[in-house]
Design a binder for this molecule. Sequence first.
Ligand code: CDV
Length: 309
Amino acid sequence: MSRILTVAAAQLGPIQKAETRADVVSRMIALMDEAKAKGADFIVYPELALTTFFPRWYHEDRAEADGWFEAAMPNPDVQPLFDKALDYGMGMSFGYAELTPEGRHFNSSIIVDKAGAIVGKYRKIHLPGHVEYDGSRSHQHLEKRYFEPGDLGFPVWRTMGGLIGMCICNDRRWPETYRVMGLQGVEMIVLGFNTPSVNAQKGGEGIAQRLFHHRLSVQAGAYQNSCWVVAVAKAGDEDGNHLMGGTLIVNPDGEIVAELEGEADGIIVVPCDLDATRFGKETIFDFARHRRIEHYGPITAQVGVVEPE
Ligand code: CDV
Protein backbone atom coordinates (compact mmCIF):
# COMPACT_ATOMS: atom_id res chain seq x y z
CA MET A 1 0.00 0.00 0.00
CA SER A 2 1.17 3.54 -0.55
CA ARG A 3 -0.43 6.91 -0.05
CA ILE A 4 1.74 9.53 -1.70
CA LEU A 5 1.67 13.21 -0.80
CA THR A 6 4.24 15.01 -2.91
CA VAL A 7 5.61 17.84 -0.83
CA ALA A 8 7.68 20.86 -1.81
CA ALA A 9 9.76 22.44 0.95
CA ALA A 10 10.05 26.02 -0.30
CA GLN A 11 12.91 27.92 1.28
CA LEU A 12 12.93 31.70 1.10
CA GLY A 13 16.20 33.53 0.91
CA PRO A 14 16.59 36.72 2.92
CA ILE A 15 13.85 39.35 3.08
CA GLN A 16 15.12 42.84 3.83
CA LYS A 17 13.24 45.25 6.07
CA ALA A 18 12.37 47.47 3.13
CA GLU A 19 10.81 44.68 1.04
CA THR A 20 7.04 44.67 0.67
CA ARG A 21 4.59 41.80 1.09
CA ALA A 22 3.92 42.04 -2.66
CA ASP A 23 7.64 41.48 -3.38
CA VAL A 24 7.68 38.42 -1.15
CA VAL A 25 4.42 36.99 -2.47
CA SER A 26 5.73 37.16 -6.02
CA ARG A 27 8.80 35.16 -4.91
CA MET A 28 6.52 32.64 -3.20
CA ILE A 29 4.48 32.31 -6.39
CA ALA A 30 7.66 31.69 -8.42
CA LEU A 31 8.51 28.83 -6.01
CA MET A 32 4.96 27.52 -6.37
CA ASP A 33 5.35 27.51 -10.17
CA GLU A 34 8.50 25.42 -9.77
CA ALA A 35 6.76 23.10 -7.31
CA LYS A 36 3.88 22.59 -9.73
CA ALA A 37 6.28 21.75 -12.55
CA LYS A 38 7.83 19.11 -10.25
CA GLY A 39 4.47 17.55 -9.40
CA ALA A 40 3.94 18.86 -5.85
CA ASP A 41 0.54 18.52 -4.14
CA PHE A 42 1.52 20.55 -1.10
CA ILE A 43 4.00 23.41 -0.65
CA VAL A 44 5.45 24.46 2.69
CA TYR A 45 7.01 27.91 3.29
CA PRO A 46 8.92 29.25 6.33
CA GLU A 47 7.96 30.86 9.63
CA LEU A 48 6.94 34.56 9.31
CA ALA A 49 7.22 34.11 5.56
CA LEU A 50 5.80 37.46 4.49
CA THR A 51 8.34 39.80 6.09
CA THR A 52 11.85 40.04 7.38
CA PHE A 53 12.42 38.30 10.73
CA PHE A 54 11.26 41.41 12.59
CA PRO A 55 11.65 40.13 16.20
CA ARG A 56 15.31 41.07 15.91
CA TRP A 57 14.27 44.76 15.85
CA TYR A 58 13.44 46.51 19.10
CA HIS A 59 10.44 48.84 19.10
CA GLU A 60 10.23 50.66 22.40
CA ASP A 61 6.59 51.35 21.65
CA ARG A 62 5.21 47.85 21.20
CA ALA A 63 2.35 49.09 19.00
CA GLU A 64 4.82 50.26 16.35
CA ALA A 65 5.51 46.59 15.59
CA ASP A 66 1.92 46.07 14.48
CA GLY A 67 2.99 46.99 10.96
CA TRP A 68 4.59 43.54 10.72
CA PHE A 69 1.32 41.78 11.50
CA GLU A 70 -1.60 40.57 9.37
CA ALA A 71 -5.03 41.58 10.67
CA ALA A 72 -6.78 39.22 8.25
CA MET A 73 -5.86 36.06 6.39
CA PRO A 74 -6.09 36.03 3.44
CA ASN A 75 -5.73 39.74 2.76
CA PRO A 76 -5.17 41.65 -0.48
CA ASP A 77 -1.38 41.25 -0.29
CA VAL A 78 -1.49 37.45 -0.10
CA GLN A 79 -4.62 36.86 -2.19
CA PRO A 80 -2.53 36.25 -5.36
CA LEU A 81 -0.80 33.36 -3.56
CA PHE A 82 -4.16 31.85 -2.54
CA ASP A 83 -5.44 32.31 -6.12
CA LYS A 84 -2.41 30.60 -7.62
CA ALA A 85 -2.59 27.68 -5.17
CA LEU A 86 -6.27 27.18 -5.98
CA ASP A 87 -5.56 27.39 -9.69
CA TYR A 88 -2.88 24.70 -9.29
CA GLY A 89 -5.00 22.59 -6.91
CA MET A 90 -2.05 22.67 -4.51
CA GLY A 91 -2.25 22.72 -0.71
CA MET A 92 0.04 25.12 1.15
CA SER A 93 1.32 26.07 4.56
CA PHE A 94 3.09 29.27 5.60
CA GLY A 95 3.78 31.29 8.70
CA TYR A 96 2.81 34.90 9.44
CA ALA A 97 2.40 37.29 12.33
CA GLU A 98 -1.26 37.25 13.34
CA LEU A 99 -3.09 40.22 14.88
CA THR A 100 -6.52 39.08 16.04
CA PRO A 101 -9.65 41.28 16.07
CA GLU A 102 -9.27 41.42 19.88
CA GLY A 103 -5.76 42.85 19.51
CA ARG A 104 -3.85 39.67 20.42
CA HIS A 105 -0.55 38.82 18.73
CA PHE A 106 0.60 35.36 17.69
CA ASN A 107 3.36 33.79 15.61
CA SER A 108 1.04 31.63 13.51
CA SER A 109 0.95 29.24 10.59
CA ILE A 110 -1.87 27.81 8.52
CA ILE A 111 -2.67 24.88 6.28
CA VAL A 112 -4.70 25.70 3.18
CA ASP A 113 -6.17 22.67 1.43
CA LYS A 114 -6.30 22.03 -2.31
CA ALA A 115 -9.72 23.69 -2.52
CA GLY A 116 -8.32 26.92 -1.06
CA ALA A 117 -9.87 26.60 2.41
CA ILE A 118 -7.87 27.38 5.55
CA VAL A 119 -8.33 24.05 7.31
CA GLY A 120 -5.76 24.44 10.06
CA LYS A 121 -4.23 27.14 12.19
CA TYR A 122 -1.37 26.78 14.67
CA ARG A 123 0.01 29.43 17.03
CA LYS A 124 3.62 29.02 18.14
CA ILE A 125 3.84 27.71 21.69
CA HIS A 126 7.56 27.73 22.51
CA LEU A 127 8.57 31.37 22.09
CA PRO A 128 12.31 31.90 22.44
CA GLY A 129 14.09 35.10 23.40
CA HIS A 130 13.25 37.92 25.78
CA VAL A 131 10.83 40.78 26.45
CA GLU A 132 13.13 43.75 27.03
CA TYR A 133 16.12 45.07 25.10
CA ASP A 134 19.18 43.04 26.15
CA GLY A 135 22.51 44.69 25.38
CA SER A 136 24.47 41.63 26.52
CA ARG A 137 23.37 39.69 23.43
CA SER A 138 25.03 39.90 20.03
CA HIS A 139 21.57 40.44 18.54
CA GLN A 140 18.05 40.82 19.85
CA HIS A 141 15.43 38.08 19.72
CA LEU A 142 12.22 39.71 20.95
CA GLU A 143 9.60 37.06 20.24
CA LYS A 144 8.53 37.17 23.91
CA ARG A 145 7.93 40.92 23.51
CA TYR A 146 5.85 40.79 20.35
CA PHE A 147 3.88 37.52 20.68
CA GLU A 148 1.94 35.68 23.32
CA PRO A 149 2.28 31.90 23.57
CA GLY A 150 -0.06 29.99 21.30
CA ASP A 151 -3.42 28.98 22.74
CA LEU A 152 -4.50 26.30 20.28
CA GLY A 153 -2.37 23.35 21.41
CA PHE A 154 -0.80 21.08 18.79
CA PRO A 155 -3.74 19.93 16.67
CA VAL A 156 -3.56 17.43 13.83
CA TRP A 157 -5.87 17.73 10.84
CA ARG A 158 -7.27 15.19 8.39
CA THR A 159 -6.46 16.86 5.10
CA MET A 160 -4.91 16.05 1.74
CA GLY A 161 -5.39 12.34 2.38
CA GLY A 162 -3.36 12.28 5.59
CA LEU A 163 -3.00 13.38 9.19
CA ILE A 164 -1.01 16.59 9.19
CA GLY A 165 0.20 18.85 11.98
CA MET A 166 2.28 22.00 12.32
CA CYS A 167 4.77 23.54 14.64
CA ILE A 168 7.05 26.57 14.27
CA CYS A 169 10.81 26.94 14.58
CA ASN A 170 11.81 26.68 18.26
CA ASP A 171 8.98 24.15 18.82
CA ARG A 172 11.04 21.65 16.81
CA ARG A 173 13.60 21.43 19.61
CA TRP A 174 11.04 20.14 22.14
CA PRO A 175 10.10 16.44 22.19
CA GLU A 176 6.70 17.28 23.66
CA THR A 177 5.77 19.03 20.40
CA TYR A 178 6.11 15.86 18.36
CA ARG A 179 4.70 13.52 20.99
CA VAL A 180 1.46 15.47 21.44
CA MET A 181 0.92 15.22 17.68
CA GLY A 182 2.20 11.63 17.64
CA LEU A 183 -0.57 10.77 20.11
CA GLN A 184 -3.03 11.98 17.44
CA GLY A 185 -1.48 9.67 14.86
CA VAL A 186 0.27 12.44 12.96
CA GLU A 187 1.77 11.32 9.63
CA MET A 188 3.47 14.55 8.59
CA ILE A 189 4.60 17.58 10.59
CA VAL A 190 5.38 20.74 8.65
CA LEU A 191 7.34 23.61 10.14
CA GLY A 192 9.09 26.78 9.15
CA PHE A 193 12.03 28.38 10.90
CA ASN A 194 14.20 31.51 11.14
CA THR A 195 17.34 30.45 12.98
CA PRO A 196 20.15 32.98 13.40
CA SER A 197 23.40 31.28 12.45
CA VAL A 198 25.09 32.37 15.66
CA ASN A 199 23.90 31.93 19.23
CA ALA A 200 23.30 35.46 20.61
CA GLN A 201 24.55 34.35 24.06
CA LYS A 202 27.38 32.02 23.01
CA GLY A 203 29.53 33.48 20.27
CA GLY A 204 31.42 30.22 19.70
CA GLU A 205 28.25 28.44 18.62
CA GLY A 206 28.11 28.98 14.90
CA ILE A 207 26.37 27.60 11.88
CA ALA A 208 27.80 24.05 11.94
CA GLN A 209 26.63 23.39 15.48
CA ARG A 210 23.29 25.09 14.89
CA LEU A 211 22.66 22.92 11.84
CA PHE A 212 23.62 19.88 13.88
CA HIS A 213 21.08 20.73 16.62
CA HIS A 214 18.43 21.39 13.97
CA ARG A 215 18.94 18.06 12.21
CA LEU A 216 19.22 16.20 15.51
CA SER A 217 15.90 17.61 16.71
CA VAL A 218 13.82 17.00 13.59
CA GLN A 219 15.32 13.59 12.88
CA ALA A 220 14.62 12.45 16.45
CA GLY A 221 11.06 13.83 16.33
CA ALA A 222 10.34 12.02 13.06
CA TYR A 223 11.82 8.69 14.18
CA GLN A 224 10.31 8.63 17.68
CA ASN A 225 6.83 9.34 16.34
CA SER A 226 7.22 7.56 12.99
CA CYS A 227 6.16 10.50 10.88
CA TRP A 228 7.48 12.68 8.09
CA VAL A 229 8.91 16.07 9.05
CA VAL A 230 9.22 18.89 6.54
CA ALA A 231 11.38 21.74 7.89
CA VAL A 232 11.71 24.93 5.87
CA ALA A 233 14.13 27.80 6.43
CA LYS A 234 14.17 31.46 5.78
CA ALA A 235 17.88 31.88 5.19
CA GLY A 236 20.66 34.28 4.34
CA ASP A 237 21.60 37.82 5.26
CA GLU A 238 18.72 40.07 6.34
CA ASP A 239 20.00 43.63 6.83
CA GLY A 240 23.29 42.32 8.23
CA ASN A 241 21.78 39.52 10.32
CA HIS A 242 22.47 36.03 9.08
CA LEU A 243 19.98 33.15 9.17
CA MET A 244 21.08 29.57 8.51
CA GLY A 245 19.60 27.36 5.80
CA GLY A 246 18.99 23.66 6.37
CA THR A 247 15.65 23.16 4.60
CA LEU A 248 15.09 19.41 4.66
CA ILE A 249 12.63 16.53 4.60
CA VAL A 250 12.96 13.62 7.05
CA ASN A 251 11.29 10.23 6.64
CA PRO A 252 9.60 8.21 9.43
CA ASP A 253 12.87 6.35 10.04
CA GLY A 254 14.48 9.66 10.94
CA GLU A 255 16.58 9.81 7.78
CA ILE A 256 17.06 13.01 5.82
CA VAL A 257 15.78 12.18 2.33
CA ALA A 258 16.41 15.62 0.82
CA GLU A 259 18.22 18.76 1.94
CA LEU A 260 18.47 22.02 0.04
CA GLU A 261 21.90 23.49 -0.59
CA GLY A 262 22.45 27.20 -0.03
CA GLU A 263 20.53 30.15 1.36
CA ALA A 264 18.56 31.47 -1.62
CA ASP A 265 14.95 30.90 -2.69
CA GLY A 266 14.66 27.25 -3.72
CA ILE A 267 12.69 24.04 -3.37
CA ILE A 268 13.12 20.36 -2.74
CA VAL A 269 10.29 18.05 -3.75
CA VAL A 270 9.75 14.57 -2.30
CA PRO A 271 6.92 12.09 -2.86
CA CYS A 272 6.17 11.17 0.76
CA ASP A 273 4.40 7.86 1.34
CA LEU A 274 2.15 8.43 4.34
CA ASP A 275 1.71 4.66 4.68
CA ALA A 276 5.44 4.43 5.41
CA THR A 277 4.54 5.77 8.86
CA ARG A 278 2.61 2.55 9.69
CA PHE A 279 5.52 0.25 10.44
CA GLY A 280 7.04 2.34 13.22
CA LYS A 281 3.63 3.20 14.64
CA GLU A 282 2.69 -0.50 14.83
CA THR A 283 5.99 -1.83 16.20
CA ILE A 284 8.63 -0.08 18.30
CA PHE A 285 6.55 3.09 18.70
CA ASP A 286 3.16 1.41 19.12
CA PHE A 287 2.18 3.85 21.84
CA ALA A 288 -0.87 1.88 22.99
CA ARG A 289 1.28 -1.16 23.83
CA HIS A 290 4.48 0.40 25.08
CA ARG A 291 3.93 3.80 26.71
CA ARG A 292 4.02 3.90 30.53
CA ILE A 293 2.11 7.04 31.42
CA GLU A 294 2.13 6.18 35.13
CA HIS A 295 5.76 7.33 35.07
CA TYR A 296 5.37 10.44 32.94
CA GLY A 297 3.54 12.65 35.46
CA PRO A 298 6.29 15.31 35.86
CA ILE A 299 6.11 16.09 32.16
CA THR A 300 2.80 17.86 32.59
CA ALA A 301 2.88 18.56 36.35
CA GLN A 302 6.17 20.46 36.44
CA VAL A 303 7.81 23.14 34.28
CA GLY A 304 11.35 23.56 35.63
CA VAL A 305 13.86 21.09 37.04
CA VAL A 306 13.39 19.71 40.57
CA GLU A 307 16.66 18.05 41.62
CA PRO A 308 16.63 15.13 44.10
CA GLU A 309 17.37 15.90 47.79
N1 CDV B 1 12.58 31.72 15.37
C1 CDV B 1 13.06 30.91 16.34
O1 CDV B 1 12.30 30.31 17.10
N2 CDV B 1 14.41 30.82 16.43
C2 CDV B 1 15.06 30.04 17.46
C3 CDV B 1 16.41 30.62 17.79
C4 CDV B 1 16.30 31.88 18.53
C5 CDV B 1 17.24 29.65 18.61
C6 CDV B 1 15.24 28.60 17.05
O2 CDV B 1 14.93 27.73 17.87
O3 CDV B 1 15.72 28.32 15.95
